[in-house]
Design a binder for this molecule. Structure first.
Ligand code: HEC
Ligand code: HEC
Length: 283
């Protein structure tokens, strides 16, 4: 008698243990949805990109698009997922009946992959909410962005035209460009002579004339005898090299870095929200 009395709770405890273990080990359903993403650190996206390239790149392409066997994952829309918890579930469980496999990656890696996937979506499909009007005001007034950039035919020509930037670039890229423009310089296509085009980095060039005048700008074109540049005065300048004392090139951007003093994180969000509305007729 006594034995059976003792056996019951033991068995119950055992079952409870098994069920608890199973729930714990299965990154499924409610459990996965309850898991909160760990805080995003500056290297989260890079690490997510690396995890993605290693585990998923073979089907989806290393940058989450143009893969051979899996769909593009940077369109901003998922067939099987509306939010991050859904994505977590799809990535860990796979899509039954397709070659999309289940993955038993550590949760932290799955979240990093999700952060990476979110970062690959162009701005116009991601930014919502923030104060677009505030961002627009900063762009056109306090931030002086318009001194160097054109939007819909108005503004400077030193930097690239931003009329469609929201459809072309991701939030991660735009954030980096505003906070640290030197990190990755854009290139422009120039025609050195009519029959071929080469990309020239939008770097900085300073020429000193024989008279000692200095003009700084972005190189447009350079050959043995001449150099053309767009000056910080937004004018195109052509020089014969024989009229110059010196030409100095620097691999840095003429765009000022907007640190938190010039542009708080909250204001940055607004600027990103404004840029995300610039679609230049594209979608
Ligand atoms: C063997 C090829 C393969 C591998 C490896 C693979 N996938 Fe997939 N994945 C697919 C296919 C095919 C689909 C489309 C399934 C369908 O028909 O709905 C898919 C779908 C998805 C979806 C859902 C897309 C949507 O529109 O809802 C996500 C998210 C995804 N994969 C992420 C990943 C991640 C992250 C990894 C790596 C951890 C990965 N996949 C590894 C082939 C693969
Ligand atoms: C003094 C001129 C100047 C100002 C002011 C300026 N930029 Fe720029 N910007 C540039 C130049 C030059 C480039 C191209 C060189 C480079 O890649 O950094 C550039 C590049 C960019 C790019 C990359 C475009 C592309 O096609 O990839 C973005 C986005 C951008 N700027 C946004 C802004 C925003 C937003 C502001 C205001 C908060 C701003 N810029 C203020 C000069 C400026």
């Amino acid at each position: 008698m006594e034995k059976t009395v003792f056996k019951q709770p033991k068995r119950a405890a055992l079952w409870f243990g098994i069920v608890a273990l199973a729930v714990f080990l299965t990154p499924s359903g409610s459990n996965a949805q309850e898991q909160m993403p760990p805080p995003v650190t500056p290297d989260t996206i890079d690490r997510g990109h690396a995890f993605f390239a290693n585990n998923c790149g073979i089907c989806h392409g290393v940058d989450a698009h143009n893969g051979d066997k899996g769909p593009d994952l940077n369109t901003g829309h998922f067939k099987h997922a509306d939010n991050d918890a859904d994505l977590f579930r799809v990535i860990t469980h796979g899509v039954p009946g397709t070659i999309m496999p289940a993955n038993d990656l550590p949760a932290e890696q799955v979240w990093a992959i999700i952060a990476f996937l979110r970062s690959t979506v162009v701005a116009s499909r991601t930014v919502t909410g923030s104060n677009v009007a505030g961002g627009k005001a900063f762009f056109w007034k306090a931030g002086e962005c318009v001194d160097c950039h054109m939007v819909s035919g108005k503004g400077g020509v030193l930097g690239p035209d931003l009329s469609a930037i929201g459809s072309l670039k991701t939030i991660a890229y735009l954030t980096q460009k505003i906070r640290d423009p030197d990190k990755e310089l854009t290139t422009g296509l120039r025609e050195p002579n009519a029959d071929y085009v080469v990309p020239i980095s939008n770097s900085t060039v300073t020429v000193t004339t024989k008279e000692g005048n200095q003009i700084t700008g972005i190189p447009r074109n350079e050959d043995t005898f001449t150099i053309q540049m767009i000056g910080t005065d937004n004018q195109l300048h052509n020089f014969l090299k024989k009229d110059l004392q010196r030409i100095d090139h620097a691999q840095k951007s003429l765009m000022p870095a907007y640190g938190e003093k010039q542009l708080s994180d909250a204001d940055l969000k607004n600027v990103l929200a404004y840029l995300s509305t610039l679609k230049g007729g594209r979608e």
